[in-house]
Ligand binder design. Structure first.
Ligand code: ZN
Length: 413
């Protein structure tokens, strides 16, 4: 199976090289718009790359200083936009004529070379060397996985200019063996939360401290900047926001890698989350930032798990926090949850960290659902830190329990 990934990398450029890239982007955009204009005869639009080549290649070469590969890339991009517009017209839908206004440029392996920490890029005046600005952490980042790893091959990149910085969105691909889903697979339950971003039914915790701390700082800074009320302050805030977004995306990648690792080490074929719809309304203290983080985390786990044949699922979250996860009990009452951290069953006395209890319930909900539905793919049990729990209540470690008060990033209990 072929796996494709895109990794955004900021570029470190001298002023003169940055100028060259600006000029190149301008001419590329001009070329793409020129091709679009040339495609139209009255209301009819040519979309074939061959025909567009015949109509525009000479003129674009004469009017621009673009390397022939960039001329081709601009034409391809124009052709793709034209094709999607014409497809909409054929379905009777409205679509306006394509027009390129944003700052971007498509590179392939003929117009650029991609190395571990820099790229060379074709411009309107020869090639320049663009150093990558890479994260400090050297492991568990998308960069380490896709750019430096031997497994992934770089196929091309899109250059973007945003808020005063150039970014390469580097496209990579790898041919990996078709995954073999684990036999007799089990489900890993994952609880999402504000205090702990994620807790698994195997008892791994990822703290939400960093995210929450930053959210408070952000709100403070935003309040003070809004008081100053200048346009500059607004832009400065957006820049800070984007920088932090990148940092949190990396953190979410690390957590996603941890969850996938946990699933693989425990022979899980499914990772079950609660349904993410309206999660912010359900969860006390959850901000827009949390809803964003949960969605990202789910997406990251989904694509990272796919290549190991592991699925992700969402289950109905009703009562997963109040219900006792001990098989045979299932007592459900608000009083089971005396504090944010603590679960204490008022019926059977089962005690656990509240998020761990919820992670078990989420896994159990999936387990029951998969047994009710006909057809294949049922999981045989829920994976816990001490063993496995099956649908009929057998657990290989009846005294398992994860107690309140355990925090930290991804440590096993
Ligand atoms: Zn109970």
């Amino acid at each position: 199976m072929e796996v494709r990934r895109t990794v955004p990398v900021k570029l470190d450029l001298s002023d003169s090289d940055a100028d060259l890239l600006h000029e190149t982007i301008d001419e590329f955009r001009w070329a793409a718009n020129y091709v679009v204009d040339a495609a139209f005869d009255d209301e009819y639009a040519v979309t074939s790359k061959r025909k567009l080549h015949d109509r525009t290649y000479q003129q674009v070469r004469e009017e621009t200083r673009l390397h022939s590969n960039l001329v081709q890339a601009a034409r391809s991009r124009a052709a793709e936009s034209l094709q999607s517009v014409v497809a909409k017209w054929k379905r009777g839908k409205y679509a306006s004529r394509p027009y390129f206004s944003s700052s971007f440029l498509e590179y392939d392996k003929r117009s650029a070379t991609f190395n571990a920490d820099y790229a060379t890029l074709s411009t309107v005046d020869g090639r320049i060397t663009a150093e990558y600005v890479l994260p400090d952490e050297d492991r568990d980042t998308p960069h380490a996985e896709y750019l430096f790893g031997d497994e992934y091959e770089t196929t091309g990149a899109t250059l973007h200019y945003r808020n005063g910085e150039f970014y390469l969105h580097v496209r990579t691909k790898a041919d990996v063996e078709d995954p073999e889903p684990p036999e007799n697979g089990t489900v890993l339950g994952v609880d999402l939360g504000v205090e702990n971003i994620a807790v698994t039914s195997t008892g791994k915790f990822w703290s939400g401290n960093e995210l929450n701390h930053w959210h408070r700082e952000y709100e403070k800074r935003r309040a003070s900047m809004q008081q100053r009320g200048t346009r500059y302050a607004h832009e400065a805030m957006q820049r800070v926001g984007r920088k932090e977004t990148g940092r949190f995306e990396q953190m979410l990648h690390r957590i996603a890698n941890g969850i996938v690792r946990e699933a693989r080490e425990n022979g899980c074929s499914v990772v079950a989350f609660e349904d993410l719809t309206d999660i912010r309304e359900r969860m006390a203290g959850a901000k827009r930032l949390h809803a964003w983080a949960f969605r990202r985390l789910f997406d990251y786990v989904t694509y990272k798990a796919e290549r190991f044949g592991i699925d992700t699922e969402q289950v109905n979250p009703a009562y997963t926090s109040q219900r006792c996860s001990r098989i045979g009990c299932g007592f459900t009452v608000d009083a089971n949850r005396p504090s944010q951290d603590t679960f204490e069953c008022q019926s059977c006395g089962y005690e656990a960290h509240a998020d761990y209890n919820a992670a078990k319930n989420i896994g159990l909900k999936y387990l029951r659902r998969s047994h009710r539905s006909s057809g294949g793919g049922a999981v045989v049990g829920l994976r816990l830190n001490t063993g496995m729990l099956n649908a009929s209540g057998f657990t290989s470690a009846p005294c398992e329990s994860v107690r309140a008060g355990v925090h930290g990033e991804g440590h096993a209990l």
